[in-house]
Design a protein around this ligand. Structure first.
Ligand code: NIG
Ligand code: FE
Length: 421
């Protein structure tokens, strides 16, 4: 199957082969080409160039798409989500409005444990149905690569149930999906008051069961005040390392937790949240360039937390990735365009920095930047074709104005009827 996309006003996000991420001042660069075309073959970008350099209008192709002067950009990569959950937590929304903090809600037995109770009572098929709705929702908002975590099971059986649902989503959706085992998201109810025993349970019972079925690509721990300590985190990461699972860590959302250092010391691909960081974290990340700092402004927005110091990280020469954290408690949205806007408005990133953070750097943070995250021949043809827009900055600026005219995932046009199974 070969597709010809013609009359592209501007292509944004071109990268030469081999660029896996951007750091420091590179983050402010977005390579573009005006009056362009792109060819797609078997789900991959084949080539791109100027319209005037070609003699064909698309003859010989199976499909011709007229971009009508709209932009083409790579799809968003969302490297941190929890979209597999049952029901929602709209009841806690009222507690939040009344002034209770995320930690206070959790301490009352709400929060993650609430979602775990509901997930326990939900069948695997029903969990799949609800999760597929969310996967469909984010794909229609322009996400082409998606990381999904477990962590609302908190028992061996329920963690496996979540991870099997993620495996089915991988099979059924054209998006590039990666799965992360997050058994240490909270202490399961059966282990209340016995946190050390729960950590042993994660290491000795959950991890072997997850590994036996090959259900996880990564391992995560919620290393934060009131959740898991750096020592417990290290124990889990070391156990997971024996199964070849690379860490992606929840760190420094609620306090300076030591999670960044626990993650970097164990080869984490990303350390995520980072609402609370100081110079020590920046210095540590400068020494561990393999680890991508990832910020989740949707969680800061919804949970009234500080926004991470993304600008400080970039000024220090580091890269930054952005992700949605789509989950029922702290960020019930997977809208990466809104994430981009929040990064500009509340974290003072330029539209270019925010764009790179939502594409190539978030692709890196989930281990797919060799196949996604930029307009590069050979990469997946995960493309957003926009309406005719006045400028690149219009995308995060006019943040509620519909901007997508067509979405291609793996070279195929995604449409709502096509997704209704
Ligand atoms: O990334 N911080 C930990 N986990 C999620 C929230 C999970 C929940 O509240 O359900 C997060 O914010
Ligand atoms: Fe999260």
């Amino acid at each position: 199957m070969r597709t010809f996309i013609k009359n592209i006003g501007t292509i944004y996000g071109i990268l030469p082969e081999g660029v896996m991420k951007k750091e420091g001042t590179e983050m402010n660069e977005v390579l573009s080409m005006d009056n362009a075309h792109i060819t797609v073959s078997d789900g991959k970008i084949e080539s791109f160039g100027k319209m005037e350099e070609i003699s064909t209008e698309g003859e010989g192709y199976d499909e011709v798409i007229d971009a009508g002067g709209g932009f083409v950009m790579p799809s968003f990569c969302d490297s941190h989500t929890h979209i597999v959950y049952a029901g929602c937590r709209d009841g806690e929304f009222r507690d939040k409005i009344d002034g209770l903090s995320y930690e206070e809600i959790a301490a009352r037995g709400g929060g993650i444990l609430n979602s775990a109770d509901l997930l326990h009572r939900t069948s695997e098929d029903e969990l799949y149905r609800q999760s597929a709705e969310r996967a469909r929702e984010v794909m229609l908002m322009g996400t082409g690569s998606l990381e999904i975590k477990s962590g609302y099971g908190l028992t061996v059986e329920d963690e496996l149930k979540m991870l099997r649902v993620i495996r089915r989503l991988k099979e059924d959706f054209p998006m590039e999906i990666r799965s992360t085992f997050l058994g240490a998201h909270a202490v399961g109810r059966a282990f209340a008051g016995r946190q050390a025993d729960y950590v042993d349970h994660v290491c000795n019972e959950m991890l072997p069961a997850v590994a036996a079925e090959g259900l996880a690509d990564f391992v995560d721990v919620f290393c934060d005040k009131g959740f898991f300590t750096p020592e417990e985190t290290v124990k889990i990461l070391e156990a997971a390392g024996r199964y070849g699972l690379v860490p992606k860590i929840h760190a420094n959302e609620l306090a300076i937790s030591g999670g960044v250092q626990a993650g970097t010391a164990h080869g984490a691909l990303s350390v995520d949240h980072l609402e609370q960081t100081g110079p020590e974290e920046i210095e540590d990340l400068k020494k561990h360039r393999h680890t991508m700092p990832t910020m989740l402004p949707g969680a800061s927005f919804f949970s009234n937390l500080p926004f991470g110091n993304a600008k400080g990280f970039i000024r220090a020469g580091l890269g930054v990735a952005l992700a949605s954290d789509y989950n029922p408690g702290s960020s019930p949205s997977g809208n990466m365009r809104f994430v981009m806007s929040l990064a500009c408005i509340r974290m003072r990133l330029t539209p270019e920095e925010a764009f790179n953070a939502c594409t190539i750097n978030s692709a890196y943070a989930m281990g797919v930047s060799d196949i996604a995250g930029s307009i590069t021949p050979g990469k997946r043809a995960d493309l957003i074709i926009t309406r005719t827009l006045p400028s690149f900055a219009f995308i995060p600026y006019s943040h509620q104005t519909p901007f997508i005219s067509r979405i291609l995932v793996k070279g195929q046009t995604v449409s709502i009827p096509a997704l209704q199974k």
